[in-house]
Design a protein around this ligand. Structure first.
Ligand code: FES
Ligand code: FE2
Length: 302
């Protein structure tokens, strides 16, 4: 990735007094969300600061920052498309198309030593803008982030308005990111915890069930659905979690294909194959059949 940052935050300046209420007993003066005014001394105009305490670990935050591929899926209301030009363990560079059709080239550079990542717009709309994010772990799964927005060519009068707009945008983006990170953490924990090893699981009479149906079998979440709308259509069982990063595969399959909402991977339910080019595939390790009494029984494939 590119060279070191071109502007410096004044690390000696303390943040302005925080105004919103604390959300947990151990965070007496720390708000969950706050917006700070511009700092007029920056070389690139500083238009505001967004601060928030997130219920996730630093590890999940780094993973999220490096995850360029989720932008047009999880944040579909902001981004229409992304083309990765370069990616590695310390960042990425990509051509991004907004929902308004505006194309820009963006890079993100992560520096783990100082728990900071900088997002720069290299070309296109808002070229020269920089967003600096500092992360402060305050518990195993609680991270305080401070996000500073620097936007070139903004007059002093307009800074507050531009900063407020960016703060509102980041509020929404982080709402979406937090939902994904919390859910992924829950699934990672569940994988470690494991579950009971039942030989089979009876779901009930087929004509009383509505598909797709999410179940837990052998400690793993599965989805049972019918291959077609016919009353006697074969049943398909597949993991309820995406093999990429454990996103929820709970959307209704279309033509035998299920799509993950986090990065848009599509999987063929007949084979488990990823149709969007990834090497990962669904592990179709369980199946469901209707027994002589009309009951749907799930079991592991032999
Ligand atoms: S978690 Fe990434 S595509 Fe499903
Ligand atoms: Fe995100």
């Amino acid at each position: 990735m590119d060279s070191p940052p071109s502007c410096e935050l004044d690390q000696t300046k303390s943040l302005p007094t925080l105004s919103r209420r604390a959300s947990a007993p151990n965070l007496v003066s720390m708000p969950d969300h706050t917006h700070q005014p511009a700092d007029a001394r920056s070389r690139i105009p500083h238009v505001g600061t967004y601060r928030r305490v997130l219920p996730v670990s630093l590890e999940r935050m780094y993973e999220n920052a490096l995850d360029w591929a989720h932008l047009p899926f999880l944040h579909a209301s902001s981004f229409a498309a992304i083309e990765c030009l370069e990616a590695g363990s310390s960042g990425w560079r990509a051509r991004v198309t907004s929902q308004a059709g505006v194309v820009s080239e963006i890079e993100l550079h992560l520096d783990r030593h100082i728990r900071r990542w900088i997002t720069r717009t290299l070309e296109g709309a808002n070229a020269g803008a920089e967003i600096w994010t500092h992360a402060f772990p305050i518990a195993a799964r609680r991270t305080d982030i401070v996000v500073d927005f620097f936007v070139p060519d903004v007059t002093a009068d307009a800074r507050a308005k531009v900063g407020a707009a960016l703060g509102a945008l980041y509020e929404r983006l982080y709402d979406e990111d937090v939902a994904m990170m919390v859910e992924r953490q829950r699934e990672l924990d569940r994988r470690i915890d494991g579950g009971r090893l039942n030989e089979t699981m009876v779901l009930g009479r087929r004509d009383a069930l509505s598909f797709p149906l999410e179940i837990e079998f052998r400690g793993r979440p599965l989805i049972v659905c019918a291959a077609t709308t016919a009353a006697d259509a074969p049943l398909i069982v597949y993991p309820a979690r995406c093999p990429h990063q454990l996103g929820p595969l709970s959307s209704v399959p279309v033509d035998g294909v299920v799509t993950c909402p986090w990065h848009g991977y599509r999987f063929a339910l007949a084979t488990g194959e990823c149709l969007t080019g990834s090497a990962c595939r669904l592990d179709l390790w369980a199946c469901a059949e209707v027994d002589a009494r009309g009951q749907v029984v799930v079991r592991a494939k032999s």
